[in-house]
Write a protein that binds this ligand. Sequence first.
Ligand SMILES: Nc1ncnc2c1ncn2[C@@H]1O[C@H](COP(=O)(O)OP(=O)(O)O)[C@@H](O)[C@H]1O
Ligand SMILES: [Mg+2]
Length: 367
Amino acid sequence: MSLSRVSVTAVRNLHPVTISPSPRINILYGANGSGKTSMLEAVHLLGLARSFRSTRLLPVIQHEQAACTVFGVVDETEGGPRNLGVSRERNGEFTIRIDGQNARSAAQLAEIMPLQLINPDSFRLLEGAPKIRRQFLDWGVFHVEPRFMGTWQRLQKALKQRNSWLRHGTLDAASQAAWDRELCQASAEIDEYRRAYIKALKPVFEQTLSELVSLEGLTLSYYRGWDKDRELVEVLSTSLFRDQQMGHTQAGPQRADLRLRLGGHNAAEILSRGQQKLVVCALRIAQGHLVSQARRGQCIYLVDDLPSELDEQHRLSLCRLLEDLRCQVFITCVDHELLRECWQTETPVALFHVEQGCITQTHDHRE
Ligand SMILES: Nc1ncnc2c1ncn2[C@@H]1O[C@H](COP(=O)(O)OP(=O)(O)O)[C@@H](O)[C@H]1O
Ligand SMILES: [Mg+2]
């Protein structure tokens, strides 16, 4: 699946524009501050109803404008093209339209248009808080395991109930025990889905990484959020006193993590920025392969500033892997000459020049 058309209005410095991207490789090039990242942000807004640069959406809306809007046509989906629209107003109003109907949640957008982002912040996947790695993991599980979402919602509800009971103790013991059973059941299911996902991801990640960079001995492992040898119900009962003191539940899938280690060290502590970028790319590309295998559609990749931190050889390897995914990819760079020799002749590559907020197509993939 890919975007065959994208229309953007009032996103940061971008002038209103409609582009017809290539179903495969799209390169946005131009000087610093011209609006390249803003265009990726616009596509991100369409797929997730939020930006990647700020959790608050206000800065995305162009100065002096009341709202920003992105429309897109997604092709190659089951049942024909889908029309998506996302608009965000300054007063906080938010509209998501799917095929002419208002949609309730951004998860519906994510289902139609799975996105993978690789940008200069991506190394946070390695060195940031566990929450970032859980989000990465759950993104993958969400897209390959249809039962995940429902179980995840059950887990959140049971966890909220337990945490409130820990703090205020309002429920009687029998009712809380029933909630705890629900919590343990949902936790076991989430753990099972995550475990199965990591089992599938690991070999694809290792293969992808080996094609990008030689990091002998780098390992990816999964921590489920509680002791691997004990049942959660037992862990919860032995940690009850501490949980009550802290006011929340210490163990469970809400504490899960992924661990990347190299020679007994946390990979984030010893790898160079460039190596970290390649590890993150391998993780995200591996996820894309799994999503393609599990469903008919593929994901769309947004790669902000692809050449940065990478030498010529690693640039080339990364481009090859992105090309092999057979996905739609939006890449930004200052100098597109750096990426000129990276594609096979039959791959449709479209070039867009971004200049002071204006986007002009300088090479059409159909030519
Ligand atoms: N809300 C906004 N309204 C108008 N311009 C903005 C807004 N937010 C950021 N900008 C400007 O948009 C420009 C484009 O930024 P960006 O897309 O990050 O450029 P690039 O990625 O090409 O270096 C910057 O010059 C920035 O000052
Ligand atoms: Mg940028």
